[in-house]
Design a binder for this molecule. Structure first.
Ligand SMILES: [Zn+2]
Ligand SMILES: [Zn+2]
Length: 404
């Protein structure tokens, strides 16, 4: 243990770091080097173990005091230090991997890893008779692009669980009673030890026989078949606010699973799926679309009618507008969910259209325009020139235009 790094150094904190700073430093290291994130990486594994050990010592006020006084010797059984025997390998790692711990180290790590890796915290240790909130339920509703802009109401059929009236949620047939689970002795938990790379770990799990309740129902309630719940179909109306975006959810309070032992109901989370539009595209609160203008409109300017989600808008195209010019229609975008009076913008890309079908007269006019603009080597037929008269050859016309 002579070459052990200083625990403060390992965590990268100062000697007077407080609990929050220790926790923060350890969280960052754990996130980086956790074996789940670095499968098969021995170096990361060693770093993770080192950081875990440092945190385990420094987060415990008593052990930290000993460490400050005696250094690593305090926890080295061979050195006979003050804390001899309390070496790292002797720590109780319950809950470390299964997040099921109920005390000590389990809580320290449950706290940290619970939200770090989405674990369930010390779930199995919960007192089975304490009130607990019901789980949230999820549902999905599909709406159109325009419904998302204006807001709408949608009906939704859900299956709502209710506490069984016959057994009042106990699942036990009236007149009979529950028995203590023999597998877990009524604790609702079973523990087992597991050899891992971090040493021996004690894991705690909810008892599989009684599901963590500590009791076994011998005679089940016939109304609910022992589940304690009955289900009923319900049609609910969901108010979807203007401005909702694809993938956002609406929380409907109290329409989730019923709570246990008098706990409140969970919520229903309705995910809203918004379909695409064939003209408008949306990015957050802004809308994007293309709008064609004619060549004369682009050259001369003029008023054009542009569709938006809030109706048509008359827009004055500036003379000399180039194709792919983007204009902004302020406040013609998506309303904010929080405040319907605040709206995003609508960006329109003006595309100068090239006609593919023209009447002969229009073609002649275009040729004349081209000639007058000085762009063409081909002059149009001279005004007053009689039809049927032999056209000038290309050579003649080229000569003419070069003489100009
Ligand atoms: Zn029942
Ligand atoms: Zn049990």
């Amino acid at each position: 243990m002579a070459d052990k790094r200083d625990y403060y150094e390992v965590l990268g904190v100062s000697k007077d770091a407080d609990d929050a700073a220790l926790k923060k430093a350890y969280r960052q290291l754990a996130k980086k080097y956790h074996p789940d994130v670095n499968p098969g990486d021995k170096e990361a594994e060693a770093k993770f173990k080192e950081a875990t050990e440092a945190y385990a010592i420094l987060s415990d006020p008593e052990k930290r005091k000993l460490y400050d006084q005696y250094g690593h010797a305090a926890f080295d059984p061979a050195s006979g230090g003050a804390g001899g025997g309390a070496g790292f390998d002797g720590f109780d790692f319950s809950g470390f991997s299964g997040f099921g711990g109920s005390s000590g180290m389990g809580d320290i790590f449950g706290d940290i890893f619970g939200d770090l890796f989405g674990g369930g915290g010390a779930r199995a240790s919960r007192n089975p008779s304490a009130p607990s909130r019901g789980a949230n339920l999820r549902a999905r509703v599909h709406i159109s692009f325009m419904e998302a802009i204006t807001g709408c109401k949608k009906e939704l059929d859900i299956t709502l669980k209710e506490e069984c009236k016959t057994c009042k949620g106990s699942g036990v047939k009236p007149g009979s009673s529950k028995e203590t689970c023999s597998k877990c002795g009524g604790s609702g938990q079973i523990s087992y030890t597991q050899k891992t790379m971090l040493g021996i770990m004690r894991n705690v799990q909810a008892c599989p026989d009684c599901g963590g309740t500590g009791e076994i129902i011998k005679e089940k309630c016939t109304s609910c078949r022992g589940t304690g719940y009955t289900s009923s179909k319900q049609r609910i109306s969901v108010d979807i606010p203007a401005g909702i975006d694809d993938g956002q959810s609406i929380r409907i309070r109290g329409k989730g699973e019923p709570g246990r032992n008098g706990g409140e109901r969970g919520d229903l989370l309705v995910e809203v799926m918004v379909s695409a539009h064939n003209v408008f595209e949306r990015d957050g609160m802004n809308i994007y679309s293309l709008h064609n203008i004619t060549f004369p409109q682009a050259v001369l300017g003029g008023e054009v009618r542009i569709p938006t989600v809030h109706g048509d808008v008359l827009y004055n195209v500036k003379p000399g507008t180039q194709t792919n010019t983007r204009i902004r229609l302020k406040g013609k975008g998506v309303p904010s969910i929080q405040n319907p009076n605040t709206r995003g913008d609508h960006y329109v890309t003006l595309i100068v259209e090239v006609p593919t079908r023209l009447s002969n007269d229009a073609k002649e006019a275009l040729k004349e325009y081209d000639y007058l603009a000085g762009n063409s080597l081909n002059s149009p037929e001279d005004p007053g020139e009689k039809k049927g008269k032999k056209k000038k050859s290309l050579k003649e016309r080229m000569k003419e235009s070069l003489d100009l």
